[in-house]
Design a protein around this ligand. Structure first.
Ligand SMILES: Nc1ncnc2c1ncn2[C@@H]1O[C@H](COP(=O)(O)OP(=O)(O)OP(=O)(O)O)[C@@H](O)[C@H]1O
Ligand SMILES: [Mg+2]
Length: 487
């Protein structure tokens, strides 16, 4: 399939937001958000077809034409941003992100800050006047690229990181100064040289090509294959990963910058309110990595009121457009809000019901009653079997504990018997033996009985909890149906 007449790359403003098979879910939604006028950093998608063609080639070469198109699209990014890839004045940096038609959270790879090298790093520091920020971006890039694209194990980097922290005498990353971070960058470069036998690639286009291939390869990585098997994702549902190349925006450029994740409604309860969390002065991965404790999104209303208003507006636009709860990633760079991802939000069955009802009842919301009813029925179709499975597990657990109690009892009875026989052989102790044996038997019975009742209590508790949940759901569904059908 080494054809060169095919189109492999779509700019965000040109990709078809409905075509997740071709552009992946992340890519399609980045295109869609761009099209409806949300603030998405400029970027482009390399198609899943490119991935499949690449993986089919025994020599693992990118199909003809891919890199030519990529170069043309990079030039377009340079025009849109006024920055230059590899530039020594205002350098353009990008992320290279995976994303297939089905959401496979965290299963494939993403590289941030690509395009950094000695020259662009110096320029970045000069332009921002922020050494710490520059060296921090640099060491993150070397580690991510080293791990994902060059196969250097994380521990090799972590050892160097820890060594520097120990030398400085601090426990937390945030306590490291610019010189420490520069030292870490230097050490990381040596790690890469040692593990690969080559110096870290400094040509941005070489970095980009290696990164694209690495993301394509991650489709066939063990994690991704196992995930597809477990969740029964067939090639008809998702085939290959797209690559999204996205202009970098930075949530770690000071206290007017932040990064976070949000849900358009509360995914646990369904409450009709913006929900999520964020970290001030941090990069995207810090929120997930749990290095610092994020703040609830409501805090933004006081910390950055203008941004909060934009987020609420954004939430309404996202929901009206997608007509379903969305979860999204955003970054605030020096007071400007950027959208980095959106997808249908995962939610509990209760939340799903409440959301469908609220949406149907809201005259402004573009969801008809009939469709709401269908959503509720679909939801019940999924959650009822889930609950039955959970009940079966509970009963199974009770049986396991009872079996364990019986085993324990017979072990003690056996022990009593052995001790009794022992003692009977010494005739004068026969009486004492009988007594001891009886004691042990009584103990065994007590033990078994208490374990059985423990097991019953456990099963009863879980089952009644479950029953409560089912009744609640049932009630909500009945109320909902009544409201919807106007009876
Ligand atoms: N151009 C960019 N500028 C700033 N942050 C970015 C950029 N691209 C990605 N990120 C952030 O980097 C993190 C990882 O990116 P990405 O969304 O590709 O992978 P993931 O969230 O780990 O997995 P998933 O594939 O499930 O989304 C996210 O927090 C994302 O918001
Ligand atoms: Mg993501």
């Amino acid at each position: 399939m080494r054809t060169s007449d095919r189109k492999w790359v779509y700019a965000f403003e040109n990709g078809d937001g409905r075509n997740k098979m071709l552009l992946g879910g992340k890519g399609a939604n980045l295109c869609e958000m761009t099209r409806i006028g949300l603030n998405v950093p400029p970027g482009f998608v390399i198609t899943t077809e490119g991935c499949l063609a690449y993986l089919e080639d025994a020599q693992r070469r990118l199909p003809d034409g891919v890199m030519d198109e990529v170069r043309a699209h990079m030039r377009a990014l340079e025009q849109k941003t006024g920055k230059k890839f590899g530039g020594s004045d205002d350098p353009l940096l990008v992320s290279v992100r995976s994303g297939s038609a089905m959401s496979m959270p965290g299963m494939m790879d993403t590289i941030l800050n690509l395009g950094l090298n000695e020259t662009t790093l110096a320029a970045l520091i000069r332009r921002t006047g922020n050494e710490r920020f520059g060296y921090d971006a640099w060491r993150r890039f070397i580690q991510l690229f080293g791990k994902v694209a060059l196969g250097v194990p994380d521990h090799a980097f972590d050892e160097q990181f820890d060594a520097v922290k120990a030398r400085v005498g601090v426990k937390q990353d945030v306590m490291l100064g610019p010189d420490d971070l520069r030292d870490i960058g230097d050490r990381f470069l040596k790690v890469v040289q040692q593990h690969t036998g080559h110096p870290f690639p400094s040509d941005p286009y070489e970095q980009l090509e290696i990164a694209i291939k690495a993301v394509f390869n991650s489709w066939m990585g063990k994690r991704a294959i196992d995930y597809r098997r477990e969740f029964k994702i067939t090639p008809a549902m998702a085939n290959g990963t797209a690559v999204n190349v996205v202009t970098m925006v930075f949530g770690n450029m000071g206290n007017d910058s932040a990064t976070g994740v949000g849900f358009t409604r509360n995914p646990a309860t369904g409450e009709n309110q913006l929900y999520g969390e964020y970290l001030t002065n941090a990069q995207g991965e810090d929120v997930v990595a749990g290095i610092r404790t994020p703040k609830p999104i409501a805090d933004l209303a006081t910390e950055m009121p203008a941004i909060y208003t934009q987020l609420v507006d954004l939430r309404n636009r996202l929901e009206r457009h997608y007509r379903e709860v969305q979860d999204f990633e955003f970054t605030i760079e020096q007071g400007r809000l950027w959208m980095l991802q959106v997808r249908v939000g995962k939610r509990t069955p209760q939340a799903a019901l409440r959301m469908a009802l609220d949406m149907a009842e809201d005259p402004e919301f573009p969801l008809g009653r009939e469709e709401a009813v269908r959503r509720i029925i679909d939801q019940m179709r999924v959650s009822v079997p889930d609950m039955i499975k959970q009940a079966e597990r509970t009963v199974g657990e009770r049986d396991r504990i009872v079996a364990q109690a019986n085993e324990e009892a017979s072990r003690i009875i056996q022990l009593a018997r052995e001790q009794a026989t022992d003692m009977v052989e010494h005739d004068e102790l026969a009486e004492a033996a009988r007594k001891r044996a009886n004691e042990l038997l009584a103990e065994a019975e007590r033990e078994a009985a208490s374990m059985r009742s423990e097991a019953d209590k456990y099963a009863l508790n879980s089952l009644s909890g479950l029953a409560e949940q089912v009744t609640k759901l049932q009630r909500e569904v009945e109320n909902g149906m009544r409201a919807l059908t106007g009876e």
